[in-house]
Write a protein that binds this ligand. Structure first.
Ligand code: ADP
Length: 338
């Protein structure tokens, strides 16, 4: 780790990386980068590089984990072993568990969870390169991946940190400011201006705290513009896709039939198909019961026809690890959630 700089802000009011105190690092992002995820985003913010992937909503198994009236959101923040200067020990740590928890909660006010009772949405935020502010960068990327997956949300979530160096508040801390500064206050703010995550490490006065919130809101407003622009670009590009004339009829027929079946709901299902499916289900039930020893598991598996198995998600061990991880790195800094 480099030594503490003598000064963080020069006589012209510029920081070590040449930014003004209220300026965020350059940010760029791209969505839809992973073909196997339902939604994804690659984000670069200063030297941070984050990949976010969203899977779902999918039916959650085992059923005892399901929430009867809403979707379960699971969030896994993970730093790749090669993301920091000294190689990081792979697997969950106290720090990543804490960040996963508070980041998941940052999305709870915006995701319309009641639309998918019993389902799960998995969010993975992988830090490929870390350079201070990774939790906020990951939230920005996850927000875009959720939008890319078409998850119904009231709005996007944007996140940024405010800190204190040389007695002054600064927006979006760089590595030196994060390591040696007097305070670090990461926040996530919804597009409606609601704070959905705020943590604090270090000391600030009440006045400074209020000012930090205002600075952060302004930073998040700028980030929200970049996020909206990225989404707009993607959908403008989709609009520009031209359908060849000879395929136009097929496409409109397909749209028409999709809308009709959506209107008619299950009533339009072919009786024969329903009967066949029932028969298959029954035969699988017999096999399943023979194979499964545990009663509870048997109950879950009975209800899942084989052809649906792909759509059903098992309890993800990586999330369980996160929840059950013991404090193996007690020396890790844990920020106080306000
Ligand atoms: P954030 O990345 O959200 O600012 P921290 O304040 O905990 O979270 O970490 C600040 C920076 O310190 C990280 O962005 C990363 O560059 C570095 N860092 C964090 N944890 C480790 C670690 N275990 N080993 C090496 N560097 C780390």
């Amino acid at each position: 780790m480099s030594d503490k700089p003598e000064k963080f802000i020069d006589e012209n009011g510029l920081r070590l990386d040449g930014r003004r105190i209220d300026e965020i690092r350059p940010m760029k992002m791209e969505i839809g980068v992973l073909s196997r995820a339902d939604g994804s985003c690659y984000l670069e913010w200063g030297k941070n590089k984050i990949l976010a992937a969203v899977y779902g909503p999918r039916e959650l198994h085992p059923r005892r984990l399901q929430k009867a009236d809403s979707v379960l959101i699971r969030y896994r923040y993970n730093m790749a072993a090669f993301s920091v200067e000294d190689r990081i020990r792979p697997g969950p740590s106290r720090r990543s568990t804490e960040i996963s928890k508070v980041s998941r909660e940052a999305f709870e006010p915006v995701v319309l969870t009641h639309l998918y009772p019993g389902a799960v949405i998995d969010v993975f935020a992988e830090v490929l390169q870390a350079d201070a502010g990774t939790r906020t960068a990951a939230i920005n990327a996850a927000s875009m991946a959720l939008a890319d997956a078409g998850i119904p949300m009231k709005g996007l979530v944007s996140a940024c940190a405010v800190g204190k160096v040389d007695g002054q508040l600064v927006l979006d801390l760089n590595k030196a400011e994060d390591n040696f500064g007097d305070a670090d206050i990461p926040m996530a703010i919804t597009s409606e201006g609601e704070i959905s995550l705020i943590q604090m490490d270090g000391d600030v006065t009440q006045e400074e705290f209020k000012k930090a919130i205002e600075m952060c809101k302004e930073g998040c407003r700028q980030i929200l513009e970049i996020q909206k622009e990225t989404l707009k670009n993607k959908f403008t590009k989709l609009d520009e896709v031209e359908i060849p004339e000879d395929e136009e009829e097929d496409v409109s027929a397909l749209v028409e039939s999709t809308l009709t079946s959506a209107d008619e709901g299950e009533a339009c299902e072919d009786e024969e198909v329903v009967e066949e499916a029932d028969a298959e289900d029954d035969s699988e039930d017999v096999d399943d019961v023979e194979d499964v020893e545990d009663d509870e598991e048997a109950e879950d598996e009975d209800d899942v026809p084989e052809e649906k198995a792909d759509e059903v998600v098992e309890a993800d061990p990586s999330f369980e690890d996160v929840e059950e991880e013991e404090d193996e790195n007690p020396e890790d800094d844990e920020e106080e959630t306000v």
